[in-house]
Ligand binder design. Structure first.
Ligand SMILES: O=C(O)C(=O)C[C@]1(C(=O)O)C=C[C@@H](O)C=C1
Length: 385
């Protein structure tokens, strides 16, 4: 039998992959043409009917080529979500010409290797020009950097699928004049990383930011006699552990961060939930406006006083105007014991007639009312109006 030449097969695979890349780039160029036509006709970015037809057709054709339906769905979901994001970004830039420019200054927690840095990289995808890093040591510093014009925007985590809401960020939103201008969903995969040859049985100290520590609590609770050292950011934890270079010391961080700091993973996926995601917000001094053809979210802060039923009455106004609420969070108000501030996210454009009518009814019935901002709804599978 003739010997199968691995090197030759790899050359063929590389060539095919390059063709796939070129086809993906061509498809993206078509998405830009699509959004330009949608601007002319005022059509929504998302078209679920078209997506269903597309996936059905590809799945049928794929089956004939021996490709599993699950595989086709997951590949094309990724391609379509990218196309939607590309179109949304195009529309946002058209509507808000000063949104992202060269030498954009971004304030975030930590430095390279932190999860916030991954969010910053995602936020800046496609931006021509350099990012000026304004690494911060606390959430407070991020708000201050943007308020004092040391940064154009700040990127902050606000909630996580394992550890829930990040109260510190909600509390800072209560007093800031900054506006939310975007949101990002980042998959967070925690690994246990070490600086030199080691294994789990040798670990006596684990470094980590308090959020990853909370998100990996099940795994950490199973370990005996391990000291947890909490740091101000994941990047601080990573650089400390690299410096200490001891087989008994490990750190919680992503595999990519490990590569960046020259650390090896001894245990992958140690978060309580397998689908561990963090939602980040982007804050700036000026609000943005979202075109009506893009799925939008509006974030508000309200307080309603202590009258029985006051919160229900306020929320009924959203129902009355057919506005869906996707999040409600309550936090204590500084200096007003037992009163609560409510953070409400609705899947509605601030400029829509429904939203403006709801706000007109809402304002006189609440004690505090602040608009935190209207931005593109980045959670997948959302319908535009
Ligand atoms: O065909 C469209 O209307 C598109 O916007 C393109 C596309 C795609 O990438 O295939 C993207 C989003 C829509 O929800 C449907 C399909």
């Amino acid at each position: 039998m003739e010997k199968i030449d691995l090197d030759k097969i790899r050359v063929d695979i590389t060539n095919l992959d390059e063709q796939l890349l070129s086809l993906l780039a061509q498809r993206r160029a078509l998405s830009i043409q699509v959004v330009k036509s949608k601007v002319q006709d005022q059509k929504p970015v998302r078209d679920s009917y078209r997506e269903t037809l597309l996936l059905q057709n590809l799945s049928n054709k794929g089956k004939k080529l021996g490709l599993k339906s699950d595989y086709i769905h997951s590949v094309y979901r990724t391609i379509i979500e990218d196309s939607v994001e590309l179109q949304q970004d195009y529309l946002m830039q058209l509507n808000n010409p000063n949104l992202k420019s060269a030498d954009y200054k971004v304030a975030y927690l930590g430095s390279k290797g932190s999860y916030s840095h991954s969010a910053v990289e995602k936020y800046l995808t496609g931006l021509n020009g350099g990012l000026i890093d304004v690494g911060c040591k606390s959430f407070d510093d991020i708000f201050a950097a943007v308020e004092d014009k040391d940064a154009d925007v700040g990127v902050l985590p606000i909630e996580n699928t394992s550890s829930g809401s990040i109260n510190e960020v909600y509390d800072l939103l209560q007093t800031t004049r900054l506006k939310i201008i975007d949101e990002l969903y980042i998959p967070v995969k925690h690994n246990l990383l070490v600086a030199c040859e080691s294994d789990l049985s040798k670990i006596t100290t684990i470094y980590g930011h308090h959020q990853p520590v909370a998100q990996c609590s099940d795994f950490l609770n199973e370990l005996n006699d391990v000291e947890i050292v909490v740091t101000d950011s994941t990047s601080t934890a990573l650089s400390e552990v690299k410096k200490i270079n001891d087989p008994s010391v490990a750190v919680l961080g992503s595999a990519e961060a490990g590569k960046h700091y020259g650390l090896q993973s001894i245990r992958a996926d140690v978060a309580n939930q397998k689908d561990n995601q963090t939602r980040f917000i982007v804050v700036a001094r000026e609000p943005v406006t979202v075109p009506m053809t893009c799925a939008a979210k509006t974030s508000l802060i309200l307080s309603v006083g202590q009258r029985p039923g006051a919160l229900v009455d306020a929320l009924m106004i959203f129902k009355q105007f057919n506005i869906s609420m996707c999040k409600i969070e309550s936090r204590p108000i500084k200096g007003r014991p037992w009163e609560e501030m409510f953070y409400i996210d609705v899947t509605e454009n601030l400029q829509s007639e429904n939203m403006q009518s709801a706000i007109r009814e809402l304002k006189p019935s609440v004690s505090d009312y602040t608009e935190l901002g209207c931005y593109v709804n980045r959670s997948s599978h959302t319908e535009e109006s």
